[in-house]
Design a protein around this ligand. Sequence first.
Ligand SMILES: [Fe+2]
Length: 188
Amino acid sequence: MLEVAEIVERCRTAMAETTPPLAVRDVLTELVSDPAAVAAAIGPITEGGIKLLHRADDLTVLHIAWTPGMQLNPHEHAMFAVVGMYGGQEDNAFFRRSEHGLESTGGRELTSGDVLVMGHDAIHAVANPRREYAVALHVYGGDFFDAVRSEWDEDTLEEQPRDVEGTMRRFAAANAAWELENRSGSGA
Ligand SMILES: [Fe+2]
């Protein structure tokens, strides 16, 4: 049976390859080709949030569950990032820096089995459009929690330092809204 330790070990091995982002992509592609195995390794999802699976200077492995309806404002990672979806849907909007601030460069919808590779200069915003959790493994080529990087206000597109605490507050708000919606029985 697949376990988190094996997921991390396979990512760690990929980091030693000549082109780590592509090697990690291959690992995630293989893992999410069996969504049930990843789901069993991670365990049941009871709320949206970020779960740390591995943290080192050169590699961070996260499990992220986007709460239904949640949106995350544009942000950069300042390191390569690979997302492997194994359930739900994650809508990505991409941007680049320009003279006039952020410029839209398109988007991509990810569903179960899809893998997205982002370069170190990628900027994206994320949304979960479905009434189910969007679940994925997120692998970063560095220490996700220690990098100097930016995010942008979704309304003004003003650049500001990345605020991971702010992201956690978004999760809390989205979880509360989703719980309230379920409790009020609006889906019945
Ligand atoms: Fe991101």
